[in-house]
Design a binder for this molecule. Structure first.
Ligand SMILES: [Mg+2]
Ligand SMILES: [Zn+2]
Length: 189
């Protein structure tokens, strides 16, 4: 099986500093649903791994999150495709859990669920913590410029100036405008 892991906010849907708190606020980025459908048709099991600390912060509840994910699932199914799974971390950063990215716990859970190693598979994100989780698990990190992506590019550039920085990742990261462009590359390769 071919696996691909996608972050959610800023990759599939528009993100907001105020959090995405409801299905109404969950708006797909242009081309992202079609990209998921194309990945599915190309034989990928598409799995979402998303930090949702808004749950622990009381910004929204599990019913709201479920409604968002029903919307995502329905939009993908309307394209004749399906998502492999959606994994989320419900914790607050202070909880020091093992699943909130940059920790790799969600990828561990994906490996257990699908009985597969994630090593060598693509992991698409818009934030540094996505790329760090990807690196920790030996995935191939892809950065998209949607969401936090442009800010993340700046962080990477700054980190690369500090030789002792643990954040030096830039050499092996592919950068694309959005998930649709990343998908063009992935399918062509
Ligand atoms: Mg994100
Ligand atoms: Zn967690």
């Amino acid at each position: 099986m071919k696996l691909i892991i996608l972050d959610r906010d800023g990759v599939i849907n528009h993100d907001s500093p105020e959090y995405i708190k409801s299905a109404e606020e969950w708006i797909p980025i242009d081309g992202s649903i079609d990209a998921i459908a194309r990945l599915f048709r190309a034989g990928f099991t598409v799995v979402v791994a998303t930090n949702q600390s808004g749950l622990a912060r009381g910004k929204y509840d599990l019913d709201d999150l479920e409604a968002m994910h029903e919307k995502l699932t329905r939009l993908v199914e309307e394209q004749g495709a399906e998502l492999g799974a959606i994994f989320y971390c419900p914790h607050h950063p202070d909880d020091k859990c093992k699943c909130r990215k940059p920790m790799p716990g969600m990828v561990d859970a994906i490996e257990a669920e699908f009985n597969i190693s994630a090593e060598g598979f693509y992991f698409v994100g818009d934030s540094l913590r996505d790329l760090q989780a990807a690196k920790t698990k030996g995935c191939k990190p892809i950065l998209v410029k949607t969401g936090n992506g442009k800010k993340t590019l700046l962080q990477l550039a700054e980190a690369s100036l500090q030789t002792d920085s643990p954040l030096i990742l830039a050499d092996d990261i592919h950068v694309f405008d959005n998930l649709a462009a990343a998908t063009d590359f992935i399918i062509a390769n």
